[in-house]
Design a protein around this ligand. Sequence first.
Ligand code: E4P
Length: 217
Amino acid sequence: MKFFVDTAEIDAIRELNELGMVDGVTTNPSLIMKSGRDIKEVTKEICDLVDGPVSAETVDTSADGMIAEGKELAKIADNIAIKVPLTWDGLKACNSLTNDGHMVNVTLCFSANQAILAAKAGATFISPFIGRLDDINLDGLELITDIREIYDNYGYETQILAASIRSANHMSECAKIGADVATAPPDVIRKMANHPLTDKGLEGFLKDWEKTGQSIL
Ligand code: E4P
């Protein structure tokens, strides 16, 4: 499973990228707002840092507007994936931008039917939002399972990009289910390293080591 980082914070992307943990980046208007940066400026910086796809989101609600904004965003770098919402106009924009040779990430997907339409429209990525479904007592991971089954039934090449990830557990579950990509905030990726037994085990080893009076260097 590929790891995308869901942030527009350059320092966090750089740190994870240096560890080889970043296969791409996703941003959205809220993340750009949080960064306090100009969208084109910060997106360019991210694209210079990361080799993989960097999603930049359109904000117009009409197909023509999304196409125009998408083409403008794509000028930032070759690795831009244009993000459009899963509306009827978004699907039209997806189809047109895909036919033009752009990578397109169809976002705000909450159902298997929406995911089928995105694949038919030629999306490079479909972004089902797990956490936001869980928030309203639906099962976000079940949606990933359903989309995986449907895409495999028909050999759809659209990649399942699990989004709105809120916990380290979501990451391993997505990997088990067969999501192609998971995009997560930097702190969720860091939390994947945590286990209380690792901490307890290390504490015990260090205590015993102290008793030996030895040093390695
Ligand atoms: C994905 O591309 C979105 O940017 C993101 O995962 C949304 O997550 P949220 O529901 O935590 O805002």
